[in-house]
Design a protein around this ligand. Sequence first.
Ligand SMILES: O=C(O)COP(=O)(O)O
Ligand SMILES: [Mg+2]
Length: 226
Amino acid sequence: MTPERFPAIIFDFDGTLVDSAADLRTALNRLLAEQGLEPRPLDAVRRMIGDGALKLVERGFAAAGRPVEGDTLARHGKRFLEIYEPISADSTETYPGVMATLEGLAAAGHKLGLCTNKPERATRLMLASLGLDRLLTSVVGGDSLPVKKPDPAPLLAAIAGLGLTPAQALMVGDNEHDVATAKAAGVPVVAVSYGYARVPLAELHADAIIDDFADLPTAIARVAAR
Ligand SMILES: O=C(O)COP(=O)(O)O
Ligand SMILES: [Mg+2]
């Protein structure tokens, strides 16, 4: 596949490249346990992912029956990251086909970047332990800028970090924020169907939907041919 139409491809992280829900759940439940609260089940935690660590913590406490906000939430958010960062790649793996497909896209000349709502430090730790840091050369996290997705600024920054422009870029993501972000930036978007979306993907009108990451090069070629 040739990189001419989309030399820049920007990926979402959680739910798109990696299934991170189990480690996020472990960290959340350890934090809840420290506060004397009951653990949350995996399917509930999956629906809490997508708006960054602080929102996950806020949703976790609310679901456990003790809503928190302001300074208390900020303190729990800090503690969450202390627990999460060292375990963040323990059971988190790339989805099937991700490594080979990213290698193939890079070998074909695409430049690859990451735009996630996960805090940047945890993101970079995970990228290094998964061996993805050498493939994704521009990384923007949820706290890298004052705004996060669905604001288009982080996506635009990830593209600029590759030395390219929005007209040269395509985004790949799993949820409503990714599609909204790409549309706000005027960037075509491919959605993966296996992630953590909280609304039916068909309602989002992505340019393509794939069930298997290995189908990405074909989907990109289809979008490019329009
Ligand atoms: O909520 C998160 O931390 C994960 O966000 P992402 O799907 O943007 O990678
Ligand atoms: Mg995601």
